[in-house]
Design a binder for this molecule. Structure first.
Ligand code: SF4
Ligand code: SF4
Length: 279
């Protein structure tokens, strides 16, 4: 079963929930941190990494002995990453999306490729949890290919917990699209409510089964609750603004390790999701 933990905005406690759910299951679990621009699950899980790989994307290299400066590569590139100016072809690697258009269209077969590192993939373990995350290099903006690379490590025989990037844009869709269930984490504030509605619209468009967790449920107003009731969206869990959680977070320790009584709550959450998925 694949469970994604997502949120319409950052700072709702998405990673905390994903980690504690994974740790509560204890075995046969994969935790995939797909928040590749800011992966921080490892800070809490503290896995031992036994494999680190560079992740690169192909960018064009022009062979000027073959090129006749026809301009076709520049015409097809939607990102202005390759430009033909008179008797020269300029490549701008930072703009390239590795779409392959230029080397496929080149009539002279004058374009080969070389990999440009955009991030790293790290694989490790901790107490029966298989931990995998992608780390996008600072300054790189194209996260979906690295998210795909993290997901290629998915083991269908295990329970997979995906920590999605926040928001509702392409990287989120890339992270969650094959999920059996999506948990949308929100908080009962005007910003939380607004971003939850966008996230609900997104998962409904993709056609995914989902529910909501309200974090810091005792702070703010009832708009999120009323909305979920109106829209027939299950509220899977409400977490109050507990000092214990803040303490665990500030010490970089998962809640279920510092306060084992929380483990039962996360196990109940998992069983609820299992029932909803029909697994
Ligand atoms: S398409 Fe090929 S031959 Fe034409 S300008 Fe580009 S690299 Fe040169
Ligand atoms: S691979 Fe695509 S994005 Fe990159 S330079 Fe070629 S056409 Fe442009």
């Amino acid at each position: 079963m694949i469970i994604s933990i997502a949120s319409g905005k950052g700072g709702t406690g998405k990673t905390t929930l994903a980690i504690n759910l994974a740790l509560s299951l204890e075995k046969n679990v994969q935790y995939l941190d797909c928040d590749v621009e800011e992966p921080n699950g490892h800070i809490f899980v503290k896995p031992t990494f036994d494999e680190k790989k560079s992740f690169g994307m192909p960018i064009p290299v022009v062979d000027f002995d073959k090129c006749d400066y026809c301009g076709k590569c520049g015409e097809i590139c939607e990102y202005n990453a390759i430009v033909v100016i008179k008797q020269n072809v300029l490549v701008f690697p930072d703009l390239c999306h590795s779409c392959a258009g230029c080397w496929l269209v080149c009539p002279q077969k004058a374009i080969s490729t070389k990999d440009k590192e955009v991030g790293q993939l790290e694989l490790g373990n901790r107490n029966g949890i298989e931990f995998i995350h992608g780390k996008l290099n600072v300054g790189e903006s194209l996260s979906p290919p690295l998210i795909r690379a993290v997901k290629e490590k998915m083991d269908p025989t295990k329970t997979v917990i995906i920590d999605s990037p926040p928001g509702t844009s392409c990287p989120v869709i890339e992270a969650i699209k094959e999920s059996d269930f999506v948990v949308l984490v929100t908080e009962p504030t005007p910003f939380g409510f607004n971003d939850l509605k966008l996230a609900v619209e997104m998962v409904r468009k993709i056609g995914l089964n989902f529910g909501v967790i309200i974090n810091r449920a005792d702070v703010g107003n009832r708009d999120v609750h009323d909305y979920c009731t109106r829209e027939n969206i299950p509220i899977l869990m409400e977490i109050n603004n507990d000092r214990k959680i803040a303490e665990a977070y500030s010490r970089g320790v998962p809640i279920v390790e510092l306060y084992p009584e929380y483990r039962d709550k996360f196990l109940a959450l998992y069983q609820d999701i299992e029932r909803r998925v029909g697994a």
